[in-house]
Design a protein around this ligand. Structure first.
Ligand SMILES: Cc1ncc(COP(=O)(O)O)c(C=O)c1O
Length: 384
């Protein structure tokens, strides 16, 4: 079966957050992390069937949904989970916030690495917890964890470590040895590891494999909240369907207790779409990965050949997001400059970078859109 990633339906004039931002302006939106592709046909068909049923009451996952999730964890990551470990959530950001509420008190600290997806830094603050960030370092052409800085950053008040694997915005897949070291760090300092693995099925480099942190050892499994979702991979974030997997019963009870009364249930369409995606979406996912790889390669080539002053400093191993160093352009506001030339990017400052130094580009779009955006960026650079 072939899938057409080159000609998706028009999103202008729809409820798309990504496209509404620049409504009525000639700006290509390559910012928020959703893709401009149709979801897998299997998802669309399952949703159509569910919609046709016509009754949309409060929902619970049916046995086949749970079975699908358990089988997917086993076949994809070698992770044998029990159905009771799954806690359904209407979003992964909800999971980050609930983790902060459940496992730290007001004034206690949540450690993470930066730059990082902004809610990693804002979620603790939402409930008066403190966010501490350790900056990544560029070492040997790749982003690395600064272990000495980690040792300096952890305090007796640190309770949680937020991990992003694969990493947004650095597109890095963490290797087993790095994760083992991180797991040891969490065990040594008695931290809960909250491992956001939302991008784990979007590994572009065929030589790399996703390692689920909770599979590393029984010690780390006992203190890990894993957050996953079909939303990024199968392009269905608008369906608000995610899940935590928590092996340890005491950890799970505390997590679930923190959701009481404030976290909405997953909607009926979300369960249907999730099951279809994990069960029947594999051929589509493989085609998607091939398409994204080619987009990534086109991006890398264009940036190195045509965009002087813009640098991609490390391999793009996963996701459809790339982190561009634009500091050599010496722009006070790179976002405004690229918008003026017709391209909407994400501001690196939101991810914890110094204002003006980085932007993030979303290449989960038809190749023609990406190439047009890059052409516009070239004009933007030449205009300086
Ligand atoms: C690492 C990471 N976690 C969570 C999310 C958002 O998850 P949700 O929309 O389910 O809250 C994103 C979206 O870009 C992300 O990159």
């Amino acid at each position: 079966m072939t899938f057409d990633f080159d000609h998706p339906p028009e999103r202008i004039g729809t409820d798309s957050q990504k496209w509404q931002k620049y409504d009525g302006r000639d700006i290509l939106p390559l910012w928020v992390a959703d893709m401009d592709f149709l979801s897998p046909p299997a998802v669309k068909a399952a949703l159509a069937e569910r919609v046709a049923h016509g009754i949309y009451g409060y929902a619970r996952p049916v046995q086949s949904t749970t079975d699908t999730m358990v089988a997917a964890m086993q076949s994809r990551y070698g992770w044998k989970i029990e159905p009771s470990w799954i806690v359904w959530l209407p979003g992964l950001v909800v999971g980050l916030n609930v983790t902060a509420l459940a496992f730290a008190e007001a004034g206690e600290e949540v450690l993470t690495l930066s730059p990082v997806y902004p809610p990693f830094m804002s979620a603790p603050k939402n409930s008066a917890r403190v966010s501490t960030q350790v900056p990544f370092v560029l070492r040997g052409g790749t982003w690395a964890i600064d272990w000495e800085a980690m040792d300096r950053a952890v305090t007796p008040r640190t309770r949680i470590f937020y991990l992003c694997n694969p990493h947004n915005p650095l597109a890095r897949v963490w290797r087993r040895d790095e994760l083992v070291k991180l797991a040891d760090f969490c065990v040594r300092h008695r931290l809960v590891l909250c491992s956001d693995e939302i991008h784990c099925d979007l590994i572009l480099d065929p030589a790399l494999k996703h390692v689920t942190a909770a599979t590393l050892s029984p010690e780390i499994a006992a203190r890990t909240v894993t957050l996953m979702a079909p939303s990024k991979t199968y392009n269905m974030p608008g369906l608000g369907t995610s899940f935590a997997i928590i092996a340890d019963p005491a950890l799970r009870v505390r997590f679930v207790r923190a959701t009481a009364g404030i976290v909405a249930e997953v909607n009926t369409l979300g369960f249907t779409a999730c099951e279809a995606a994990y069960r029947d979406g594999e051929p589509w996912r493989q085609a998607l990965l091939a398409y994204l790889r080619a987009n990534r390669d086109a991006l890398l080539e264009f940036v190195s050949r045509e965009l002087p002053g813009v640098k991609i400093e490390a391999p793009i191993e996963a996701t459809y997001l790339a982190w561009l160093n634009v500091s050599a352009l010496k722009l006070a506001d790179p976002i405004a400059h690229f918008e003026k030339h017709g391209v909407g990017l994400s501001d690196g400052a939101f991810f914890g970078a110094k204002k003006g130094d980085y932007v993030r580009i979303n290449f989960g779009c038809p190749r023609a859109t990406l190439l047009e955006a890059l052409r516009r960026m070239k004009i933007a650079v030449q205009a300086l």
